[in-house]
Design a protein around this ligand. Sequence first.
Ligand code: NDP
Length: 433
Amino acid sequence: MDKTYLDKFYKKSPTERKKALVAADVLTADDFLLTHNLHLADELADNMIENYLANYELPLGAALNFLVDDKDYIVPMAIEEPSVIAAASAGAKIIAQASGFKTTISDRIMIGQVALKEVPDLTLAKSNLIQYKQDILKKANEAHPSIVKRGGGATDLFVRIIEADPEAATPVFLMVHLHVSTLEAMGANIINTMMEGITAYLEELTGGTALMSILSNYATECLATAVCQIPVHLLKRPHSNYSGEEVRDRLIEAGQLAYVDPYRAVTHNKGIMNGIDAVVLASGNDWRAISAGAHAYASRSGQYRALSTWKKAENGDLIGQLTLPLPVGSVGGSISIHPAAQFSKRLLGYESAKELEAVIVSVGLAQNFSALKALVTEGIQKGHMGLQARSLAISAGATGTAIEQVAEQLKRAKNMNLATAKELLLNITALNN
Ligand code: NDP
């Protein structure tokens, strides 16, 4: 990748940006042509969901400067919120100067559940399940033989007993968990098929009645971690009153605050998910599944807490770490059929689901770094409002060059809101006529 073509990327027009990506060898000329046709065809969309009417579009942008495990990435992000892509790129730029993100990706094991109730003898049921574990795994794999042929399949079985809760009036549940290697797929359909395939046998072994058989989106066996280490000289901003050491210490305190206060933690994690959801969506993966699992993981201690941690290294550097479940696929779902997801795959240039996980978790950490750095120094609004001003200008009815004119004046206005934007637009239109 020749990065010189990407200089002042944000100042280019969309066409110039795509040409720059071709010149930088990130995209091919064919990919460039493809960008003119990323829309879902009616016929395809009508087969994806029920009662299809029309497509609802989101902007697709590129976050720059990501150096993940010593490889450069341009990251596709589908999002309607201003500032997110700018913040990701700015955070990644500083982190790249500090040797980039290092990631650790666990084995990609998904979990399926069968919930059994009215089990007459829990001890006997549990011992039967353990005794016949190999038969259960065999039946599960017979229910979805193609994933076994590919080298994956059900690998292990665990039993959990959820005690009755008289206060909530819930009965005892015997939960059977199946661990399944779904390889390059997220695996919802694979697992649901397997779980339904073993339900009758589990009822026979336990004497219980199944309530349901389904994948768990709490993918605690499919974790992705990104770490970055930033020297303090990279934290000092040219015109800021804060030294690099002060920025580091305040950022660490911001992380601690989000660890102890759930009200703050939710917003802290929302910032992380700004980046994660946008890449997950652009890649054609199920962002609802990722979000649900991430927020559950943030509550694993019994309290909702920050997903990331920030601390001081022995040499004084700032160390950031983010871990969350990331069961994304590189195949399946809409990944292979949605033209924008296929384009995203080429732009990002990932070879496997693990590599996609590595980039996504790094985007979450970059996003968190940028947000916290702004919050503990100049505040979030300064950077955010630049783009917000453009959105307000457009909402007020500005078009063409008037958008920039209204936005510029809005940034200096006492009240940055729609009413002011409309007033400014009226003045500008009057002056221009
Ligand atoms: P799919 O069923 O669409 O695709 C997975 C299939 O891809 C596999 O069964 C396999 O089929 C094929 N495949 C090709 N190459 C590979 C490979 N290298 N590794 C693994 N599989 C491969 O998707 P998933 O089962 O992943 O399910 C994801 C979809 O399920 C998403 O659209 C999601 O929204 C949806 N969903 C989510 C739920 C949830 O999160 N709770 C619940 C229900 C659905 P073969 O071997 O036969 O070729």
